[in-house]
Design a protein around this ligand. Structure first.
Ligand code: ZN
Length: 298
């Protein structure tokens, strides 16, 4: 091959690859329309809300602007459920119990006479378009039992805010002393929860602060208005230098999932300190894996 021909060939191959890559890997996007919500968009594309927030690094997921372009995450293949027909079932009752339409159930299972179901017959249940939530990490039973005894008023909380201590080690007691005696906060520990990293407090241990036990406002944000409605969780560690330990991330995911259910909030309520604070801050550190947290939430 002459030099010029070789160059031409390489150029042509490159162009072909680009065109192929363009169609094969182009990411689906959605342009926000007025009246859109993350919930609606997630349902439209069959993805989960936390995945949508994570994919787009949304700092304020409850404020979408018309014209804003959202990247749609690649949905995991929906898992199909199966159902075994029992005495007394009808296509209508099975469809209602699984929140699908009788027509889609009949179509998926190629039922020529939907009135004739056999006991023991196995039906495939169509996916409702939303991938299942990841398996939930449970809280330790004794901790969950304690949390369950604390009354939480409906509508009391609007945000769950994640912080780091910005120190290599620390404990709930140490922070309590610092906030009460050095910072003169009359309610002590500014956070509702602290999660240890094995240096000063056991790795992954969740300490429940008095502000959560008594449902008091937080003291962890610059704005008092936000402190009134924001739950504060502090992870011990400086995540500008290190990352949270695996045990801390498991505890944080379990605690956040529990709190979302308890407060009836969705994953759009979960923020890093810097995403919500009225003053600039690096908290919870450049290495804090917000995407990992979001993807583990219900
Ligand atoms: Zn913070």
């Amino acid at each position: 091959m002459t030099h010029r021909l070789r160059v031409a060939t390489i150029f042509a191959l490159g162009l072909a690859w680009c065109l192929f890559a363009e169609t094969a890997f182009a990411q689906k996007t959605h342009v926000v329309k007025s009246g859109d919500s993350l919930d609606r968009i997630a349902r439209q594309y069959g993805v989960r809300v936390p995945a949508l927030i994570a994919e787009n690094d949304l700092d304020r997921p409850d404020f979408l602007k018309p014209g804003q372009v959202l990247k749609i995450p690649t949905a995991a293949a929906p898992v199909r459920k199966r159902y075994t027909v029992v005495e007394g079932d009808s296509l209508g009752t099975i469809a209602r119990d699984h929140n699908v339409s009788p027509a889609s159930l009949a179509a998926l299972n190629k039922l020529s006479d939907p009135d004739k179901l056999r006991v023991g017959q196995i039906l495939e249940i169509p996916s409702d378009g939303t991938p299942p939530a990841p398996p939930q990490i449970p809280l330790p039973t004794s901790l969950k039992n304690t949390l369950d005894t604390i009354p939480v008023r409906n509508g009391r909380w609007k945000y769950i805010v994640i912080h780091h201590s910005a120190t290599a080690n620390g404990s709930a007691q140490g922070m309590e002393n610092y906030h009460r005696f050095k910072r003169h906060m009359e309610n002590g520990l500014a956070y509702h929860f602290v999660i240890g990293n094995g240096k000063g407090m056991p790795d992954g241990q969740i300490a429940i602060g008095r502000r959560w036990r008594s449902q008091l406002n937080g003291g962890h944000l610059a704005s008092e208005r936000l402190n009134e409605v924001a739950i504060g969780i502090c992870l011990v560690g400086n995540f500008n230098q290190t990352r949270p330990t695996p045990a801390q991330m498991r505890s944080l995911t379990a605690l956040t999932s529990y709190l979302l259910q308890r407060t009836r909030l969705s994953a759009t309520a979960v923020r890093g300190h810097r995403q919500i604070n009225t003053k600039p801050t690096e908290c919870p550190g450049h290495n804090f894996p917000m995407k990992t947290l979001l993807q583990g939430l219900p």
